[in-house]
Ligand binder design. Structure first.
Ligand SMILES: [Fe+2]
Length: 495
């Protein structure tokens, strides 16, 4: 049997499938890994186990792999395994792809009607000592953080009613509550959003449903100390279009955007809707915080949807480099009578934002995100958008100070995780990210450790990887003391 993947940008260059599960102890390290960095860097890596049913398939349909770099006393081990979703197991048994177009069950092989379609490929989420692989179109899968084996599909001990859970949860750094939501909670193309809270022990203690203004791709949200914020952008689903075999999403350039805001521990009946500009879209929220009578929501905003396949499906003729946007603050004024967001620029366009975990939902001094620096050469072809990021930014929103680390020509950088500094030491801590280098037609990957205070100085240590990494989506840092107190299936687990 010859496996033939499409010769499209979604399956070539950096996006060429790797499809390898491995466990490598002791990687080669150049430089010295700071003592503060002891823990596990979990990453979500889509990698299709089988050639897709349709040649126009996309990276986002790739089977989820959970990758782990374990960093301990200057030593680094790595491992990666497929998430055994119901979909992965069905296709493995059949030895071929059975699921069709991205988020369209009407294009699937009849043999898998009703089988969970999610590929759990977006974010590894760590909460209450447990690891989950998530994707917004389904429920999460629990993973054994030590073996990377799949425990099973997770529904909070049968309590979760929503059919979906976001890949972008928010954890309050003081209470350790996990705030999250699921959209299309009641099924395909429903306007239902389930807003949920899990207590510090991981018990689902609240699930309230409300209706969005329309069924939108709702990829991220935010909390402040007081509020939960639900940004809604006009990338919308259409059931008839899906039933006819068409795309799940269409971006509507003249449709308004919205932000729903409610007390984060209150009732969805208290939801207040603020209007934003039409046509804009943000995949990721940097952070949000309360400021007297105002609430600030800081977004990586684009003038239209950043994914080429969605623009193409929506007849929006805009090339990637023609899309304006920026790191933008939307301010919601709580005083009576105002229901329109006020936008103010904070920084250049970019995405994959990161704040310190301790700053979640609070005023923050420093943050990091990725962008494309045209001076560093054309971006490497790869990643979900088709053009990989090549520049790391450090920004202080209050002062406007920006520092940057542009990758060398022919290199790309994936979303970093942030590691806090050692207790008592000054500085912003560390960033850990996988970077990729093109050499001829080949690609090589490294893990870089970067001083989060001085990103321009470049990596303080490099970990050399013997196997090319397919581009990740998101990652999560778990300190060693938390990893050592993990649970699997709800019971304590030893390493
Ligand atoms: Fe995301």
């Amino acid at each position: 049997m010859t496996l033939r993947f499409p010769e499209t940008g979604q399956f070539t260059a950096l996006n060429k499938p790797v499809r390898m599960e491995y466990d490598i102890r002791e990687l080669s390290v150049e430089g010295t890994i700071p003592a503060a960095i002891n823990g596990a860097f979990f990453r979500a890596v889509p990698d299709p186990a089988y050639p897709p049913l349709h040649d126009n398939d996309i990276v986002l349909s790739g089977d989820g792999m959970v990758s782990r770099f374990l960093i301990e006393d200057g030593h680094v081990d790595c491992a990666i395994r497929y998430v055994h979703t119901h979909r992965f197991l069905a296709e493995r048994a059949a030895r071929r792809a059975l699921f069709g177009r991205y988020r369209n069950p009407f294009t699937d092989d009849a043999s898998v009607a009703g089988v969970d379609r999610t590929v759990a490929n977006t974010t590894p989420v760590w909460h209450a000592g447990r690891l989950f692989m998530t994707k917004e179109d389904g429920r999460p899968y629990e993973i054994n953080p030590h073996t990377l084996e799949t425990v099973g599909r997770y529904d909070f001990a049968g309590r979760l009613r929503s059919e979906t859970m976001t890949a972008h949860v928010r954890i309050d750094p003081d209470t350790q509550e996990m705030f999250f939501y699921g959209y299309e909670a009641g099924g395909l193309c429903t306007r239902d959003i389930a807003y949920c809270i899990a207590d510090p022990d991981g018990n689902l203690v609240s699930e309230q449903w409300f209706e969005a203004p329309y069924c939108a791709m709702t990829h991220d949200f935010a909390i402040t100390q007081k509020y939960a914020l639900f940004p809604i952008f006009p990338t919308v689903a259409d059931l008839e279009r899906i039933k006819s075999g068409g795309p799940h999403w269409g971006h509507v350039q003249d449709l308004e955007s919205w932000v729903g805001m409610m007390p984060r521990s209150g009732s969805v009946k208290e939801m207040r809707w603020f209007k934003g500009p039409p046509g804009v879209h943000a995949y990721h929220v940097m952070n949000a915080f309360d400021d007297g009578d105002q609430v600030h929501l800081d977004l990586c905003l684009s003038e239209t949807n950043a994914f080429p396949f969605i623009r193409s499906d929506s007849n929006i003729a805009r090339e990637q480099w023609e899309i304006g946007g920026g790191f933008i603050r939307w301010t919601l004024d709580l005083k009576e009578g105002s229901n329109v967001v006020k936008a103010s620029p904070l920084g250049p366009p970019g995405d994959l934002p990161r704040v310190r975990d301790a700053d979640q939902g609070k005023p923050y001094r420093v943050a990091w995100y990725l962008t494309v620096d045209p001076k560093a050469g054309p971006p490497l072809p790869g990643g979900p958008v088709g053009a990989a990021m090549n520049c790391l930014l450090r920004i202080e929103p209050a002062t406007g100070r920006i520092d940057s680390l542009s990758m060398p020509f022919g290199w790309a950088i994936n979303e970093p995780v942030h590691v806090p500094p050692s207790a008592g030491s000054k500085g912003d801590g560390w960033l850990v990210a996988v970077v990729d280098e093109q050499r001829g037609d080949d690609f090589h990957s490294q893990l870089w450790i970067i001083d989060a205070t001085d990103v321009a100085a470049g990596p303080v240590a490099k970990v050399l990887l013997p196997i090319r990494q397919r581009p990740q989506v998101h990652g999560w840092w778990v300190p060693l003391e938390q990893l050592n107190h993990s649970k699997v299936g709800g019971v304590p687990a030893r390493r």
